[in-house]
Design a protein around this ligand. Sequence first.
Ligand code: GLC
Length: 476
Amino acid sequence: MKVLFCASEAVPYAASGGLGDVAGSLPKALYDEGVEVHVVLPLYGQTKEKYGEQLEYLTNFNVTLGWRTQYCGVFKLEKDGVVYYFLDNEYYFKRNGLYGHFDDGERFAFFSKAILEMLVNIDFYPDIIHTNDWQTALVNLYINVYYRQMPKFYNIKTVFTIHNIAYQGQYGREINDSILGIPGNYVHQLEYENCANFMKAAIETADKVTTVSPTYAKEILDPWFSHGLDPLLRERQHKLWGILNGIDYVGYNPETDKGIVANFTSEDFAAGKAACKAELRDIFGLDEGDAPIAAVVSRLVEHKGFDLVKNVAEGLINEGYQLVVLGTGEAQYEDFFSYLAYKYPGKVGVKLAFIPALARKIYAGSDIFIMPSKSEPCGLSQMIALRYGTVPIVRETGGLKDSVHDSQDGEGNGFTFANYNSSELYDCCMRAYNGYQDKEGWAMLVKRAMESDCSWAVSAKEYIRMYENTMSLWHI
Ligand code: GLC
């Protein structure tokens, strides 16, 4: 089976969030299961700077986009059995950051069209093109409009994965006339609620639509979660799958991680975690003693549940918790956490930044990880916390619900609450606090957390099952 995996970011070449982690680890996991995976990414300025020397030039061609004709170069690199293609156009991709430019719609429409044009020009014959999020969503429509009639494309099947339905790639309809160039008889597949909507185009035209946890696949059929797309998704429900993400078990391994002060395993973690906790206290100037450290590593934005955290934080500190926060985001939350650190020195440590190396130390040195998201397609942080023996407290939504199970019954790996409500979060945190006082019971819980399987092993097989199912479909 051959798969072309299309993404706007992938670790380590360019990453800004969860999509980058998945695109950086799933292809390798598929390769380990025998799939031939080629990944295609934009050649961002920052990628070229860091990896330019390792890239091999393959070819170049022109891409037409509406009335424009744009250059596209293709570079290649092979790593751990996976082939990576990088599409080069400095006008679109040699910029600061990955997204947030006024012409993002045009940039990723170009990327999507260029992916198909690349296939015309190189010697790779995929069975499946797997696209991810709005940035590569238009591949699913362009293939039908402009490429199906070429023999190479007759039998290619397409899969589209939604990593977060909140970001759909919505633009004024005029973007089609001036840039996208979708002809009139296909426009209904692009437009939704009087806008051009890239994600809609993919939901309409891909052979399969997947999302990153089974629970989120159900949730997005409901208007509370769907950001307006639920009527369409309910219509297309027959092609919707939910497959839980995994994390990179080699990159995130407390037994071998060189970024933490002491290594540990699920069989022997007491001394190692204690050393990591001591270092964390040092870094954040927290008091010595037996207080549990609860951690937050996150973008500080509303849908991550920070309204709830705001309501309960002082209560928890007064009960005896210490709190460590790492992240950047909305001013209201940044201000709140700065104020908390100022008011409770020795009890609260805050760093308003995105520092992956420090995040590792927090995952390893904390006792409890708080993630009360309003919605969470999958979430990777709770999985990393589990792997490092830091017990998660989560709201039962999306992938949080599928990866963390309440330990009340003596079997789960964390603490969960159902409703988006501060007192439920508070009760949950206090259950964890009381659990922490029972040292023997807590050690068993940490061990269960560390032994939860968040690797790609199971999910990669599920992707293959989904690909096989997709390949057996007929196009009419
Ligand atoms: C997005 C989602 C997150 C998910 C990630 C990878 O960032 O918000 O929940 O884990 O994509 O699929």
